[in-house]
Design a protein around this ligand. Sequence first.
Ligand SMILES: C[S@@+](CC[C@H](N)C(=O)[O-])C[C@H]1O[C@@H](n2cnc3c(N)ncnc32)[C@H](O)[C@@H]1O
Length: 198
Amino acid sequence: MDSLHDLQGKWDRASRWYDFAVVPLELLIFARLRSRLLRLAAGRVLEVAAGTGANLRYYPAGADVVTVDLSPVMLDKARSRGAAKVLVMDAGHLAFRDGTFDTVVSTLATCTFPDPVNALREMRRVCRPGGKILLLEHGRSTRPGVAAWQEKRAAKHAAYLGCWWNREPLDHVRRAGLAPRSATRTFLGMVHVIEVEA
Ligand SMILES: C[S@@+](CC[C@H](N)C(=O)[O-])C[C@H]1O[C@@H](n2cnc3c(N)ncnc32)[C@H](O)[C@@H]1O
């Protein structure tokens, strides 16, 4: 598992090519899912591990979005895309009071957190009771052949960006004590859209 320092370095470097590399997947699936999920965001919104700000264009008018990420260089890109409130922060230690936000968002990020269950607990802590936690995540396929291939290559894949593609996001959500209001998976069972009431 990467240290936070190593993860930050990897993502600082990846900021140069990340947006370009994900274009095919954005067109194929993510853009549509982001748009559908993020229209549910409202009020004070915290986006955890916001990266280069791919979600910014999908928030409804009036959403007051705070973006945090471990990588200051990824966040520079988010700033250039219009992110107004930007903070370097570890998802495992969110520096906000309990119940600060109406909505907490994480997309394509729990795969990289050293302790995803703790990060999800932090998301719930900073979300007000009755608020929403909106997740778009990826993990192990429901197709046995694809899952076996992911498993075999997981360590090699994680060496690049710390992304563990053989994780089970829904298990992490449940282990964090969150009860999904809705959870769907698509794209060979690898992509999850999960909505939780905090
Ligand atoms: C695959 S990118 C996803 C970015 C963005 N959420 C999206 O949907 O395009 C993963 C992001 O997680 C950030 N990250 C990794 N570990 C983190 C941590 N412990 N705390 C906060 N951000 C982290 C990385 O810096 C990177 O920007």
